[in-house]
Design a protein around this ligand. Structure first.
Ligand code: ADP
Ligand code: ADP
Length: 230
């Protein structure tokens, strides 16, 4: 399975061009980091890749399919989006929150089957939050919420996981924990696209990086190559 971002450009309706010519592809098991300062357009780019907003140039392809031609359910089976954590308003337990990964874009009232329950357990175990399952989402810490949100994405059984600034709002210990988890996910075979404004994270994570600057220019580098140069 190949995710291809092809000559992507985006301008807001007010004419403000955020980026142009963003071009890369990703296979399962690979990590790609989008690095840039605040306001560069990282979220805007990730929203396009996550099918939450439509690019104004180019397209995004899963194998031969343009994602805009897929139904939301077809897309959700291949790509899971992990938004930044915000103040919670959800009246759900951790387990119920993770279970939403089994019913993306549908109702939360679908009856869960054996495969659903198995994936929910697997996701909670992989992220090590099983002990939190009966706690209210509103009563867990920010670091725990980030893990729960990632578990929801895993429960979706996607090929690719998109993470928008997964370490924002986390203390240093939780940042490290989250980065280790992201690496573990790629070792498990998920393709990962992550945004960050923190260059240190790119060195921790490795793989490829696309640097987006405030004038919308996008340049790709390989972290290991950089590190091996004197
Ligand atoms: P965050 O979710 O990280 O708080 P936003 O995506 O809401 O940030 O906004 C990011 C930046 O975009 C901010 O600098 C904000 O001022 C700017 N912004 C948000 N909406 C608009 C808009 N409609 N027009 C121009 N700039 C905007
Ligand atoms: P980042 O995630 O890198 O911080 P964003 O994608 O949130 O950046 O924002 C990129 C740019 O898009 C910002 O400079 C902001 O001013 C602009 N922007 C965000 N939302 C809007 C909007 N609705 N209309 C016009 N410009 C916007």
């Amino acid at each position: 399975m190949n995710l291809r971002i092809a000559k992507l450009g985006f301008a807001y309706p007010n004419g403000k061009q955020i980026f142009t010519e963003v071009d890369f592809s990703l296979k399962k098991g690979e990590i790609f980091t989008i690095l840039g300062p605040n306001g560069a357009g990282k979220s805007t780019l990730l929203n396009c890749i996550g099918n939450l907003s439509e690019p104004t140039q180019g397209g995004i392809f899963l194998e031969k399919d343009n994602i805009k031609d897929l139904t939301l359910c077809q897309f959700a089976k291949r790509v899971a989006y992990v938004p930044q954590i915000h103040q919670p308003t959800y009246a759900f337990t951790v387990e119920e929150f993770v279970a939403m990964g089994r019913t993306p874009y549908l109702s939360a009232f679908k009856k869960l089957g054996h495969q659903d329950q198995r994936m929910i357990e697997e996701a909670m175990e992989l992220v090590r939050i099983t002990h939190l399952r009966s706690k209210a989402y509103t009563q867990i810490s920010g670091g725990e919420r980030q893990l729960v949100t990632i578990a929801r994405a895993i429960a979706q059984e996607p090929d690719f996981i998109l993470l928008d600034e997964p370490t924002a709002h986390l203390d240093f210990g939780n940042q490290i924990k989250t980065m280790k988890l992201v690496k573990k996910l790629s070792d498990r075979g998920y393709g990962i696209i992550m945004t960050t404004h923190n260059p240190d994270q790119v060195f921790f994570i490795g793989g490829r990086v696309g640097v987006l600057n405030r004038s919308g220019v996008f340049e790709i580098g390989v972290v290991d190559q950089y590190l091996s140069e004197d």
